[in-house]
Design a binder for this molecule. Structure first.
Ligand SMILES: [Zn+2]
Length: 322
C-alpha cells in the first residue's frame, strides 16, 4: 500500500530543519540563510529575544502515556459525544416510547374498564329483564292458578247448589239407563238402582226425591226415615213370599220389584201418631204417599209402613194412582 501524495507529513517525523521561522517560511520560496548577526549588536539581542519567545511558546513534550491518553481522548471524544448524544436521544426516545406506551396502556385500561362496566350494566339489565320476565310469568301463573281455583270453586258451588236442590246422593245420577222401564219386575239393571241406607235401594229416578223427603223428616224429627225394605229383586220376593206367605205381593208383581216402593220404620209404621200424620201431610209434596188401599181402614191389607212413588208406579203399571 502506498500512501497518497497528498497525505500530510507525519507529525512525529524528526525535525531536521530549523524550527520556527525557517519551517513557517517553507512555503514562501527558497530559504536563504541570513548572515550571522554580530555578537552584542542590537540585531543579535533581537534574535536572541525572539528565540527565547519561540522557545517559550513551543509546546512542551508530554510524556508518551499522556500523549496517548490525550490522543485517545481526542479520538474518543468525537465518537463519545455523539454516541452520548445518541444514547441520550435514544433514552429520550425510549422514555417517550415508554410514556406513550404507558398512556396507551392507561387508555387501554380505561377502555377495558369502561367496556367491563358496560358489560356489567348490560348483564344487570339482562338479569333485571330476566327477573321481571320470571316475576311476570310467576304472577301470570299465580293469576291463572287463582282463576282456575275460582272457576273450580264456582263449578263446585254450582254442583253443591244443584245437589242441595235435589238432596245429594253420592253415586246416584238420578237418571235411568235406557231400557230400565221395560225390564221385568225384580230384574232391574244394577246401575238403575241407587243405594240408600240400611242396605236398601230405589230406582234411580225416584231415589233422590225420597232422600229429600227423608231430609225433611229428619229436620223435623231428628232422624232420617229408617228403611226396612226398598227395591226387591225377584229372588228376594220369592224369599219373602216363602217366609211370610200371604204377606207380600205375588212375586213379580210387587211395587218393590219396580224399585218404586219402600217400607218404613221410624214410628211411621204404626199408622198413627205425629210421625205418621206428618208423613201423610208432607210426603205427597215429594211425590210419595201411603196408598189408600194400605192406609188404616183401606181396601187392601193395612200397610201404613208401605209408601210408593205415585207417578212412578202409575207410569210403570199403567194404573193411575188411587
Ligand atoms: Zn211394601
Amino acid at each position: 500500500m502506498t500512501a497518497p501524495a497528498s497525505l500530510p507529513e507525519p507529525a512525529d517525523r524528526p525535525a531536521t530543519r530549523v524550527r520556527g521561522g525557517a519551517h513557517r517560511a517553507a512555503g514562501r520560496g527558497p530559504v536563504t540563510a541570513p548572515a550571522p548577526a554580530a555578537p552584542g549588536s542590537r540585531r543579535a539581542r533581537r534574535e536572541a529575544e525572539a528565540a527565547r519567545l519561540r522557545a517559550a511558546r513551543r509546546p512542551r513534550r508530554a510524556p508518551v502515556a499522556a500523549a496517548g491518553a490525550l490522543g485517545v481522548a481526542v479520538l474518543v471524544l468525537p465518537i463519545t459525544v455523539p454516541a452520548l448524544q445518541a444514547v441520550a436521544a435514544a433514552d429520550r426516545e425510549r422514555a417517550d416510547v415508554a410514556a406513550t406506551a404507558l398512556v396507551v396502556a392507561q387508555e387501554e385500561e380505561g377502555r377495558a374498564a369502561r367496556a367491563a362496566e358496560v358489560r356489567r350494566l348490560a348483564d344487570e339489565a339482562a338479569a333485571s329483564r330476566e327477573q321481571r320476565a320470571a316475576d311476570t310469568a310467576a304472577r301470570e301463573a299465580a293469576e291463572a292458578e287463582l282463576a282456575s281455583r275460582v272457576a273450580a270453586a264456582g263449578a263446585m258451588a254450582d254442583r253443591v247448589s244443584r245437589s242441595e236442590e235435589r238432596s245429594a246422593l253420592p253415586g246416584c245420577s238420578g237418571v235411568l239407563p235406557d231400557g230400565t222401564t221395560s225390564a221385568p219386575n225384580g230384574q232391574l239393571p244394577a246401575d238403575a238402582v241407587c243405594a240408600l241406607w240400611d242396605d236398601e235401594g230405589l230406582r234411580a229416578d225416584v231415589a233422590l226425591s225420597f232422600v229429600e223427603l227423608s231430609a225433611a223428616f229428619e229436620e223435623r224429627f231428628g232422624e232420617r226415615l229408617a228403611l226396612t225394605d226398598g227395591y226387591r229383586s225377584l229372588a228376594e220376593q220369592h224369599a219373602v213370599a216363602a217366609e211370610r206367605p200371604g204377606f207380600a205381593a205375588e212375586p213379580g208383581t210387587s211395587d218393590h220389584g219396580w224399585g218404586l216402593a219402600v217400607d218404613l220404620g221410624s214410628g211411621v209404621s204404626t199408622g198413627s201418631g205425629e210421625r205418621y200424620a206428618w208423613m201423610r201431610e208432607h210426603a205427597p209434596s215429594f211425590g210419595w204417599e201411603n196408598p189408600t188401599w194400605a192406609q188404616p181402614g183401606g181396601s187392601g191389607p193395612t200397610e201404613p209402613w208401605h209408601w210408593e212413588h205415585v207417578e212412578g208406579v202409575a207410569a210403570q203399571t199403567g194404573v193411575p194412582a188411587a
